[in-house]
Design a protein around this ligand. Structure first.
Ligand code: SF4
Ligand code: MG
Length: 281
């Protein structure tokens, strides 16, 4: 921990973690529930706002850092994870949380997802999954069902099996894996809190309906069910995923292991690096 004095906010109400910007999300978008649950979690954990860094890529859900009162980075499409990993490694006193959507995280940033799971730097990753590219008007994403015909670009469906985020995370070595639902605020806040407290890479797939391009996802409210209780047994977690219907929630897997630590030698200063390029007289 830093030896610098930490300034604590006066109260720990979740509104204190919200910025003055009004979200531009569509009315009823699941991402509102994620914003509320995240700020509730930060309030419950009493993490000072200046100790929180939210890192995002591009997409509707990647706007979330702007709506929070914390440090934020809204970067390049699909690249939230390497930024978050670098920050978590270089500033371990911070609470680093990467956020984004299914297109940003599993397609454009898919390779980063795999390596974040195996690298295990100490940060959380919240993916608001609505199985569609919402910001660009409704194209199929990696998690879209193969027979979804609502996209003008794939009017007969994608004919591809959807990406399985939990299976991928487990195979790639993520030590904390969970699924939650944006419209189940208490459970979602609880799972986000557990992810933030977890010492390592904590991945949470959050089913977050896109009411504009996937209005049928509002039925998730009737369908989601508690399916997982945490296990540290990887084989057991795989077996549970064999019966997974994609809308079961809970912490699937929790098995702490050592976090990635780079070479701890003091970083070289700019003057020292510049001297490498000096031409001898
Ligand atoms: Fe939410 Fe979909 Fe609207 Fe984007 S397009 S803000 S994901 S409802
Ligand atoms: Mg999406």
């Amino acid at each position: 921990m830093s030896s610098e004095p930490q300034v604590k906010i006066r109260t720990h109400a979740h509104k204190d973690y919200k910025s003055s910007y009004k979200p531009v999300w569509c009315a009823g978008c699941g991402d509102y529930g994620v914003l509320n649950a995240l700020t509730k979690s930060l309030a419950a954990l009493e993490i000072p706002t200046e100790q929180v860094a939210l890192i995002a890529g591009i997409g509707c859900s990647s706007r979330l850092p702007a709506y929070t009162r914390a440090y934020g980075f809204h970067g390049v499409h699909g690249r939230a994870l390497p930024v978050a990993a670098g920050l978590a490694i270089s500033r371990p006193e911070l609470t680093v949380i990467a956020v984004g959507g299914d297109g940003d995280g599993f397609s454009i940033g898919g390779n980063h997802f795999i390596h974040a799971c195996r690298r295990n730097a100490n940060f959380s990753y919240l993916v608001m999954d609505n199985a569609v590219y919402g910001m660009t008007k409704g194209q199929a994403s990696p998690t879209t069902e193969s027979d979804w015909t609502g996209s003008k670009l794939a009017p007969q469906g994608t004919h591809q099996p959807p990406f399985q985020p939990l299976e991928m995370a487990l195979a790639a070595g993520a030590p904390f894996i969970a699924r939650a639902f944006s419209n189940a605020p208490n459970e979602l806040a609880q799972i986000i809190s557990e992810a933030i407290k977890f010492p390592g890479f904590a991945f949470v797939q959050i089913l977050s309906p896109c009411v504009t391009f996937r209005p049928e996802q509002l039925n998730w409210k009737k369908q989601v069910h508690e399916a997982f209780t945490p296990t540290a047994d990887k084989r057991e977690a795989y077996l549970r995923l064999l019966d997974d219907d994609g809308i079961g929630t809970g912490i699937l897997y929790r098995a702490p292991r050592p976090c990635f630590q780079p070479d701890t030698a003091a970083p070289r200063g700019l003057a020292e690096i510049a001297s490498d390029f000096e031409v001898p007289a």
